[in-house]
Design a protein around this ligand. Structure first.
Ligand code: PLP
Length: 443
């Protein structure tokens, strides 16, 4: 099996169940029966590798884990209840009180909040690198307590791609694992493990599930990081009663084994087998959906760039993007279908634009088969100060698109309707400032 689409259908297939079901069966069960008292004891001792309780393992959930691990080129995976659960559990498995996480500044707002507010309450501090392209800045920010380096493969809304090979090379020279949120790229466009990532995280709620129906998250362990016992003692500690450590139990997959055995089941953000079933269905068409969304997205990005009402378009697939060279080198199948553009007319124009669409859905989700349109400055990014928004390039006139698989002419028609609304607004009230896209002319 070598083709991605073959792998998304067959990767990680287990022997058929008792009824030889072709599709992955849905095991909607809390627990699994023991034959007798001794059998129960063996199960708990881990003897026969069988299942006990769905928080520790479930056949439907494990089928998805094997398939996503195969698609990402990793050694093992853990499916959890949401993308945020996956990020929290991955970071809690790496860092404890007194440790630090080093992150790019341009990351998903939920993760940024986790690093800025929740983890510090547990004694885990975060450092941020403002310009992720500045290797010297990464190096200067590594401290003795740093335990992980974190980036996103396609940050949103600005599509400011990172040179993962360079960042991973630097992190590894300092003995640090690299965690990559690959949600927007999906393994079809980009496999972080091939660029040096040690741990890959996804919000499976997005492209993997793909249909905007369920939440899920996944952590993939590349299975090749050389964990040092001094920095990661949790992987080398015996159990409370002197049993084997994660490293002894799981070898090269000590990290994901530790998360599966000791971290995720105790904090408890378990994936529902029902959601796992729907994620598996989504994964089976991933390449087709992502390829189609990409074709639509780059065509729309080029169209937007040609419009006089548009100040700028942030899509790394465009030659005008400062990240185009990375896109050309590392994203041969396209740089994704979630991007933003900024209207010259600032916030009033953005509001008129968003109000006028009828095919694009006004929603903050992404990676759906349907096209979605949110206004980051007034929705997803309201926890940033005006100064932080300006530094991140999230202007009042910036609109994000997550382009779906609809027919391109229908999407372009919908955008045309929105441009007509913007023109009508500007005829009625011309922008007051010369650079309205940069000014918050209204709250
Ligand atoms: C949506 C998203 C998350 C959070 O995932 P949920 O499934 O909503 O918890 C994390 N990272 C990125 C890049 C996302 O887009």
């Amino acid at each position: 099996m070598s083709g991605f689409t073959t792998l998304q259908l067959h990767g990680g297939d287990a022997p058929a169940d008792a009824h030889a079901a072709r599709a992955t069966p849905l095991y909607l069960t809390a627990g699994f029966v023991f034959d007798d008292a001794d059998h129960a004891g063996e199960r708990f001792a881990g003897g026969d590798g069988g299942l006990t309780y769905t928080r520790y393992g479930n056949p439907t959930v494990e089928a998805v884990e094997r398939r996503i691990a195969a698609l990402e080129g990793g050694g093992g995976a853990l499916l959890l209840g949401s993308g945020q659960a996956a990020l929290a559990i991955a970071l809690l498995g790496l860092a404890g009180a007194g440790d630090r996480v080093l992150s790019a500044a341009s990351i998903y707002e939920g993760t940024r909040g986790l690093l800025l507010e929740n983890l510090p309450r547990l004694g885990i501090e975060a450092d941020f690198v403002e310009d992720a392209g500045d290797l010297a800045a990464w190096e200067a920010a590594i401290r003795p307590g740093t335990r992980a380096v974190f980036v996103e493969s396609i940050p949103n809304p600005k599509n400011d791609l990172v040179d993962l090979d360079a960042i991973a090379g630097l992190a590894h020279r300092h003995g640090l694992p690299v965690v990559v949120d690959n949600t927007l790229a999906t393994p079809y466009l980009y496999r972080p493990v091939e660029h040096g990532a040690d741990v890959v995280v996804h919000s499976a709620s997005k492209f993997l599930a793909g249909h905007g129906t369920v939440l899920g998250g996944v952590i993939v362990d590349a299975g090749r990081f050389d964990w040092e016992p001094e920095r990661f003692p949790q992987l080398f500690a015996p159990t409370r009663v002197g049993g084997p450590s994660p490293a002894e139990r799981h070898g090269a997959l000590a990290f994901i084994g530790h998360l599966r055995d000791d971290v995720a089941p105790r904090f408890g953000p378990t994936a529902s087998p029902f959601n796992a079933f729907l994620i598996q269905q989504g994964v089976e068409t991933l390449s087709l959906r992502v390829a189609r969304s990409n074709e639509n997205a780059i065509a729309i990005a080029r169209h937007l760039e040609s419009r006089p009402e548009v100040h700028s378009v942030d899509h790394a697939g465009l030659a005008s993007s400062p990240y185009h060279a990375i896109a050309r080198r590392d994203f041969p199948r396209g740089a994704g279908s979630v991007f933003s553009f900024t209207l010259r007319g600032g916030r009033p124009a953005a509001r008129a634009f968003i109000d006028a669409v009828s095919l694009f859905t006004r929603m903050t989700h992404l990676g759906d088969v349907r096209s979605l349109i949110p206004h980051p400055a007034s929705t997803t990014h309201t926890q940033r100060s005006d100064d932080e928004l300006r530094r991140a390039g999230i202007w009042p006139g910036l609109i994000r698109l997550s382009v779906g698989i609809e027919d391109l002419p229908d999407l372009l028609d919908d955008l045309e309707r929105a441009f007509t609304a913007v023109a009508a607004l500007e005829r009625a009230a011309p922008p007051a400032s010369a650079r309205p896209e940069l000014t918050a002319t209204e709250p």
